[in-house]
Ligand binder design. Structure first.
Ligand code: NAD
Length: 476
């Protein structure tokens, strides 16, 4: 049984949960501890006790610890990536790529903590110095989703520790394995007891305990809009700092002048890889009418060539959906799309494979309008809507007509339209001739409108959330 890690000790939970492989539901990956509220409070107390000391810790020590963690993750990326794919269902290639990225994030923040800058300004008053410094926020509660089981915890934990905060990590219920493996690596990095704590358990129990407790100074949350709203309400109620990364309904615009192969690659990669279970997935393909027939035909051909199967099998392009309830949600949206009058041009069927798993063929709806529920609501599965557009201006208006604003893409060979789109797309991230999903680890990540709340994650911009600014005046 894999235990929780609290105050430098591995401890049993109040109960356990089985971690099941979505490619083969008879494969139990392991049993993992589940904390109750009381155990979550023990972890909070440990983090709060460690916070004053860690806030003043030497940055070389922090840099060494983060670098050690990153080095080990990269050295073990195949093993960690395989575990990730086994519990989440993205392919092994994708799992290994995610593990490598998590390692790179720790190594980036190992250096970044040495670069934390302040300011010293002349005062407007005589005989006075003004100094501006950044200090840790204190105890940070991290609440993570299941779709990036190691990268998302990494991109929250690494900056939190780099800038001198203590961490409480609550991974998603479906994917405790990657979080546990990451915690085990962190537990050997030489951090003082209580600086990092792993508290596996239910959102409504452990997550809620973090939200309710005044000793948790900040909450970094990634997940659905519904849960994000609950997190926001709780944080506002006690004036805790918060950062929310939530859903998307990301558009990919294909103009008549697009290179067809690039358009198909961006659409298929962005909409269906990782089983479409990415917040940055392009679930709306907005296609100018001149290229529409050729684009739809080429996407269908490409989808027909993909291997849908066991995430760990060599040659699999798309693994299973993460679990039964997500599969049911995907199937329900496929029914809704049909009822709304969209044409199911490809896929959308349950698939049988050698092992019992949640296999679904990628679903491509054509003749969609932007008003349909399948074009407005986040499905979070391998389902995409193709929406015709009269011209560039119409396509841009459709792309922006959404409550979300995470990632927004365009495929075009026109510098004029590419430049215009970068400026006018209402999203935190804009992609020209590349898929809407897939980002670098050293630059900001996050959205606008209903997709995000608070300051950006990743890159040097992470300091905004994980530090607080102090202005000191000194008479001279
Ligand atoms: P979710 O909202 O169901 O759960 C996210 C986390 O919140 C889990 O750890 C869960 O246990 C916890 N939680 C649930 N109820 C809680 C409560 N009452 N109090 C505190 N914590 C609680 O989301 P999910 O299904 O795990 O992930 C999918 C969602 O995440 C999608 O909407 C996707 O778009 C989003 N996502 C966003 C980004 C981004 O950066 N914008 C990245 C990945 C995923």
């Amino acid at each position: 049984m894999k235990q929780n890690y609290i105050d430098g000790n591995w401890v049993d939970g109040a109960s356990t949960t089985a971690n099941i492989n979505p490619s083969n539901t008879s494969d139990v990956i392991g049993h993992y501890a589940q904390a109750d509220a009381q155990q979550a409070q023990m972890a909070i107390a440990a983090a709060a006790a460690a916070a004053p000391g860690w806030a003043l810790s030497n940055v070389q020590m922090r840099a060494d610890a983060l670098d050690k963690i990153g080095t080990e993750i990269i050295a073990r990326k195949e093993e960690l990536g395989t575990l990730l794919s086994r519990e989440e269902g993205k392919t092994r290639v994708e799992g290994i790529g995610e593990a490598a990225r998590a390692g790179a994030i720790f190594k980036f923040f190992a250096q970044e903590c040495l670069r934390l800058r302040g300011d010293k300004l002349p005062s407007v008053r005589p005989n006075l110095d003004v100094e501006i410094t950044r200090e840790p926020v204190g105890v940070v509660g991290i609440i993570a989703p299941w779709n990036f089981p190691i990268a998302i915890p990494a991109w929250k934990i690494a900056p939190a520790l780099a800038y001198g905060n203590c961490v409480l990590l609550k991974p998603a219920e479906l994917v405790p394995g990657s979080a546990w493996a990451l915690a085990e690596i962190i537990s050997r990095a030489g951090l003082p007891n209580g600086v990092f704590n792993l508290v596996m358990g239910r959102g409504s129990v452990v997550g809620q305990a973090f939200l309710n407790d005044r000793r948790v100074n900040a909450i970094s949350f990634t997940g659905s809009v519904g849960t994000g709203a609950k997190v926001a309400q709780a944080c506002v109620g006690r004036l805790a700092k918060m950062q929310l990364e939530m859903g998307g309904k990301n558009p990919l615009v294909i103009l008549n002048d697009a290179d067809l192969a690039t358009a198909v690659n961006c659409a298929v990669q962005g909409s269906f890889y990782s089983t479409g279970q990415r917040c940055t997935a392009s679930s709306r393909l907005i296609v100018e009418k001149g290229i529409y027939p050729a684009f739809v035909a080429a996407v269908k051909d490409k989808l027909a060539s993909l291997a849908i199967g066991d995430a760990l099998a060599a040659g699999t392009d798309i693994g299973p959906v993460v679990d039964q309830s997500q599969l049911e949600q995907d199937m329900e949206y496929i029914r809704i799309g049909r009822d709304e009058g969209a044409t199911l041009a490809f896929g959308g069927e349950r698939l049988e494979r050698d092992t019992p798993g949640f296999y679904l063929s990628p679903a491509l709806f054509t003749d969609c309008s932007n008003d349909m529920r399948i074009s407005r609501e986040e499905i979070f599965g391998p389902v995409a809507s193709v929406i015709p557009a009269d011209n560039y201006e119409h396509a841009l208006a459709l792309a922006n007509d959404t409550e979300f604003g995470l990632s927004s893409g365009i495929v075009t060979t026109s510098l004029k339209y590419a430049t215009h789109y970068k400026r006018h797309a209402q999203a935190g991230m804009v992609m020209v001739n590349v898929p809407t999903a897939g980002v670098d680890y050293h630059v900001p990540f996050g959205g606008s409108k209903g997709s995000s709340f608070g300051s950006r994650e990743q890159g040097s911009y992470a300091a905004e959330f994980f530090t607080t600014v102090k202005t000191a005046y000194c008479g001279v």
